[in-house]
Design a protein around this ligand. Structure first.
Ligand SMILES: Cc1cc2nc3c(=O)[nH]c(=O)nc-3n(C[C@H](O)[C@H](O)[C@H](O)COP(=O)(O)OP(=O)(O)OC[C@H]3O[C@@H](n4cnc5c(N)ncnc54)[C@H](O)[C@@H]3O)c2cc1C
Length: 536
């Protein structure tokens, strides 16, 4: 045990991305608590610290992908592009951490490997990989939904003689693809961002696609001086808009229904949305995510676009053979993704038809052929949402392990607290809007709610808050009900359902009822003296 064990903290926060930084500021500067943040990485930034792959960029537009708790901060910071790139977001998060003097309370290179609740003392005991121990009354996980990289268990990787990288653990010094044969596995949002950039440098890029995916052009551009001025002058309005939209974005879903719009007019609307670019495409019609018939019109439009862009008919057929509704998986946006397949140095392998069976010393072997490569890039995503929490060996009352409580899938109340785990809060936990939302909006809402909750507990002279089992049952039902009213669960191979991780329970994890409804529910619960929670 280190000296740290003797320092008892009011609150310990795990993770120094968007969520951990803001939670630290709230608890330390607004409530005056003693707080420490433990972060596995060597700096702040979370997602943007780890994901340094070529082409890494935000899909949320820059004027909504930031904190809105301080209008001064919103006026001080200026984004340069419509969608901020990884390096710019890192600069932003460092700017925030420095402005609010947050780094002095963050311990970097400290991975939490266990967290144990002790009933007798009502304290959490948290251990790090290097053997340090910390004691805190409140424990807040800000570990992110997408921070546990998933390298698929395909045999033979240890035999591969070249280099391999996962996009979510990219080397800080970068990777030189010049003159190299590259094999990239995965065509989710990340693969779609990375492929054009890798192809521009590599001798040859072979993309291994299991699931064909939709993508809409991002149409990234540098921001004009007028737009930057507009953002500064309307900081409050922008914040208000993100609080009034279903998914915390800066655009509203149109009132029109695709099924009630004549085909020619619909085509014009989709064409305009395609030209404007970005995630707003899915806001073209209000019924797109609830009616299969409506969704088919969007799906058909994008598939036609793919076939019109990609010149080789066989490649175009593989890319447009998409088996799920549009936006039922995380909808990517891109810069020249489909155009990349027109390059002479790019080829596509359909691994649904010919699965990857193993890695050889020379490269990637499918059921049909061996593809010799110098570098393998795994754009294979994450053990999303539950992965970072379950990896920490969290134990609640009676030493019960979270992994046992969640054996059949995550169960909690409001995505914020788990029955049997007092004083533990999970920012953007499963069962909250999280990944279906523009995440800074979801993160600020959670950190604010947790801060108000702890303030309430202290003001009332209480010691403990814990979700009641019956509230958990109700919430799990609500999460399932709202998901089942949408087309989202139809993408059966989606990471929203845990389907990318062998053996993971198939449960739709994020809350699909929308940020507005969710915020109202959380506010009502708080206003009713934390209904559904046991306070003592
Ligand atoms: C490539 C990519 C693109 C994305 N694009 C968008 C987008 O366009 N819009 C959007 O809204 N969201 C996007 N996201 C989601 C993104 O994760 C969130 O926007 C946001 O960065 C999450 O912040 P966070 O603090 O909750 O989690 P993270 O940024 O993931 O930070 C969590 C931190 O916790 C640390 N941690 C985890 N486990 C431990 C442990 N056991 N001990 C110590 N530290 C630990 C991690 O090292 C990490 O630094 C994207 C994600 C990825 C991967």
């Amino acid at each position: 045990m280190s000296d740290a064990a003797n320092t008892e903290l009011d609150a310990l926060v795990i993770g120094a991305g968007f969520a951990g930084l803001y939670q630290l500021l709230c608890l330390r500067d607004r409530l005056g608590l003693s707080v420490k943040v433990l972060e596995a990485g060597g700096g702040v930034g979370g997602t943007w610290y780890w994901n340094r792959y070529p082409g890494a960029r935000c899909d949320s537009e820059s004027h909504v992908y930031w904190y809105t708790f301080s209008e001064e901060l919103m006026r001080e910071w200026e984004w340069s592009e419509r969608y901020p790139g990884q390096a710019e977001i890192m600069r932003y998060l460092n700017f925030v951490a420095d402005k609010f003097d947050l780094k002095r309370d963050i311990q970097f290179n400290s991975r939490v490997t266990s967290a144990q609740y002790h009933e007798a003392t009502n304290r959490w005991q948290v251990r790090t990989e290097d053997g340090q121990t910390f004691i805190a009354k409140f424990l807040v996980t800000a570990v992110g939904c997408l921070s546990t990289a998933n390298v698929p268990a395909i045999p033979g990787l240890q035999n591969f003689k070249g280099d391999w990288y996962h996009t979510g653990q990219w080397p800080h010094e970068g990777v030189d693809f010049t003159g190299k044969r590259v094999g990239m596995i995965g065509t989710g949002s990340t693969g779609i961002q990375a492929a054009p950039v890798i192809a521009a440098r590599a001798a040859h890029l072979t993309v291994f696609q299991r699931t064909a995916n939709y993508s809409v052009p991002a149409r990234n551009v540098p921001l004009t001086a007028e737009f930057k001025k507009y953002v500064k002058q309307h900081a409050g309005d922008i914040r208000a808009t993100t609080h009034q939209t279903y998914n915390g974005m800066g655009f509203k879903v149109d009132d029109r229904k695709a099924v009630e719009t004549p085909p020619e007019e619909r085509e014009t609307i989709y064409e305009a949305a395609w030209e404007r670019g970005g995630l707003q495409f899915r806001a073209s019609f209000q019924d797109m995510l609830v009616s299969k018939e409506a969704n088919d019109t969007a799906a058909d439009f994008i598939k036609r676009k793919i076939r019109s862009i990609v010149r080789d008919p066989k490649t175009a057929a593989i890319l447009s053979d998409i088996d799920h509704p549009y936006a039922a998986k995380r909808p990517p946006i891109d810069t020249d993704y489909f155009e990349t397949y027109n390059r002479p140095n790019v080829s596509l392998v359909d691994v649904r038809a010919t699965p990857i069976e193993r890695f050889s010393a020379a490269g990637i072997c499918t059921s049909e052929a061996e593809y010799p490569v110098d570098i393998i890039v795994f754009a294979t995503g994450f053990d999303a949402m539950t992965g970072p929490l379950l990896r920490m060996n969290i134990r609640g009352r009676g030493s019960v392990a979270l992994k046992d409580v969640w054996e059949a899938g995550p169960r909690n109340y409001l995505g914020l607290q788990i029955a049997g785990f007092p004083n533990l809060f999970t920012i953007t936990g499963p069962g909250s809007p999280s990944v279906l939302c523009n995440m800074p909006v979801a993160i600020e809402q959670h950190a604010d709610w947790i801060t108000d909750c702890i303030k309430f507990i202290r003001a009332k002279g209480l010691e403990r808050i814990e979700a009641r089992p019956e509230a958990v049952d109700r919430w799990v039902e609500e999460v399932n009900d709202v998901a089942n009213k949408t087309l989202l669960p139809l993408a059966t191979h989606s990471w929203y359902l845990g389907a990318n991780i062998p053996g993971k329970p198939r449960v739709f994890m994020p809350y699909a009822g929308g940020m507005i409804r969710y915020r109202e529910i959380c506010q009502t619960v708080a206003a009713q003296d934390y209904e559904g929670f046991a306070l003592s």
